[in-house]
Design a protein around this ligand. Structure first.
Ligand code: NAD
Length: 497
């Protein structure tokens, strides 16, 4: 029973609960462990599906299938141009199934339907872009210093890639790995988050429909400590592409390091969002809102530390609070909903904890500050959009990633002070600032220690632009031209004719 198909099996613990099987070697399978993980709808707090709880034997089967597809068979023999065409076809199939995929992810994760449909329209671009690159991976012929010797350099796929992804944007963040990995000729085993695997299983069905040979893409579901760990430690997995928390990243990095595995890590953030006194205030208010309250703050690039020039602080906060008071919490499927639920129960508890921590640290709560109590929201996992002023950069809510609709506001007097506060964080994923001063717009990005800087904008990402973190926000880059080299080995060939 693959998700999205009407034939999905209905033998869950409750009527109407669907069992979503894993995709291994072109087959739909339950786990050899016989165990299942229940998955709840964050809007209703009700179980709607179960996913297999994979163990090491399931992971081994998936890795062996991927390794077989890499070493021999139609994928291994396919020309790069044909691989590119296949990726293009997948893009078309995704576009034709946008609504099915969006339904699955909204149900699983609570993301707004409008946002999800936008994402689904955009998703095919990754496959088209990297599909186009597949047959443009060129080698070189360096000069040699050995008389009579000939040397050429080629780039080859690495082998089996293990992709491990978080619950907050399951499809998008997996596609960032799949598209370049496949374009380069690798095969992949995906281990999505135990909290949100349904949309990835829906996407797996489309690989088959687009005509990918079996074993090229496999999906195993289950817990990080078991299925994830087995994937990282499997000797046939050559490279790990991880997006998730810094804690998970550290564990994976250690395990991969012991086996000298190639690894990329996209981790958390505590991104500064700076508004200078000369900014277009109305645009900045909108940017700040989308930066922290989109997806209820559950984005790695959330602009969670707002730095306001002292001269505009009071007016800015007043506008921001007035606008967010109007924000409508509700059904993520409804077109008039502005803020949806928190995606998982542990995350709900974590956000509520941080609200109490902020209050105890002496920050001033000027909006929200509790679980939403509106009876219209039922048992949904909603937290009121929450704003704290009077925050100092030493407080825990300014240093630790909350991953929820919680904004911490600080003030600054000079540009130097703004830069110092912005950079005073273990993270370095993103930063944004608003100004109408051209000199500042040109000079400040150089001084901000972050992988992405937005000027008079926030939360813009593209398949064309490298994305990744400085400092504790990660290692490596996804997206853009260079990302394909993250999935290639370089080989030097010397010939003595
Ligand atoms: P997480 O680290 O708990 O889990 C991520 C994935 O890793 C899951 O699939 C999990 O099962 C797996 N995992 C956990 N421990 C593992 C282990 N020891 N071995 C192998 N796999 C393991 O993260 P999460 O809570 O799902 O996601 C939220 C985090 O992701 C936030 O910190 C957020 O900032 C980060 N994130 C980063 C980016 C980015 O691009 N930088 C994007 C989105 C989310």
């Amino acid at each position: 029973g693959q998700p999205g198909s009407s034939a999905a099996s209905e033998r869950g613990p409750e009527a109407g609960v669907r069992d979503l099987n894993m995709y291994i070697d072109g087959d739909w399978r339950a786990s050899a462990t016989g165990r299942w993980i229940e998955t709840k709808d964050p809007y209703t707090n009700r179980v709607w599906a179960r996913i297999p709880e994979a163990g090491a034997a399931d992971v081994d089967a998936a890795v062996r299938a991927a390794n077989a597809a890499f070493s021999d068979g139609p994928w291994a023999r396919m020309t790069a141009s044909d691989r590119g065409l296949l990726l293009h076809r997948l893009g078309d199939v995704i576009a034709a199934n946008a609504q099915v995929l969006a339904d699955l992810e909204v149900r699983d994760n609570g993301k707004l339907m409008v946002e999800m449909l936008g994402q689904m329209k955009y998703l095919p671009r990754w496959f088209q872009y990297y599909g186009g690159l597949a047959d443009k991976i060129e080698g070189s012929v360096p000069p040699t210093d050995k008389v009579g010797m000939f040397n050429y350099v080629v780039h080859e796929p690495i082998g089996v890639v293990g992709a491990i992804t978080p619950w907050n944007s399951p499809l998008l963040l997996t596609v960032w790995k799949l598209a370049p990995a496949l374009a380069a000729g690798n095969t992949v085993v995906v281990k999505p988050s135990e909290f949100a695997s349904a949309s990835m299983l829906g996407l797996a069905r489309l690989f088959a429909e687009a005509g990918f040979p079996k074993g090229v893409v496999n999906v195993v579901t289950g817990y990080g400590a078991e299925a994830g760990r087995a994937l990282v430690e499997h000797p046939l997995v050559e490279r790990i592409a991880f997006t998730g928390s810094d804690l998970g990243g550290a564990k994976i990095s250690e395990a991969a390091g012991r086996q000298f595995k190639r690894v990329s890590l996209e981790l958390g953030g505590k991104s500064p969002h700076i508004v200078f006194a000369d900014a277009d205030i109305d645009s900045a208010v909108k940017g700040v809102i989308s930066g922290i309250f989109a997806a209820a703050g559950q984005t790695c690039m959330a602009g969670s530390r707002l730095l306001l020039h002292a001269s505009i602080h009071d007016a800015f906060v007043e506008k921001l609070v007035a606008r967010m008071r109007e924000a409508r919490l509700g059904d993520p499927r409804a077109a008039d909903t502005d803020v949806g639920p928190i995606a998982t129960e542990p995350q709900l508890a974590k956000v509520l904890d941080y609200i109490e921590i902020a209050k105890a640290e002496g920050a001033r709560c000027v909006l929200g500050g509790k679980r939403a109590s509106d009876p219209r929201l039922g048992e949904g996992w909603f937290v009121e959009p929450t704003i704290f002023t009077g925050v100092t950069n030493q407080m825990r809510i300014a240093r630790e990633e909350v991953f929820g609709p919680l904004l911490s506001i600080m003030t600054f007097e000079t540009d130097d002070e703004a830069v110092a506060i912005a950079n005073d964080t273990p993270y370095g994923l993103a930063a944004g600032f608003w100004t109408t001063d051209l000199g500042r717009a040109l000079n400040l990005p150089r001084r901000l220690r972050a992988g992405t800087v937005w000027v008079n904008a926030y939360r813009v990402v593209s398949y064309l632009a490298p994305f990744g973190g400085f400092k504790n926000s990660g290692i490596g880059r996804e997206n853009g031209l260079a990302a394909i080299h993250e999935y290639l080995e370089t080989k030097s060939v010397f010939i003595n004719p």
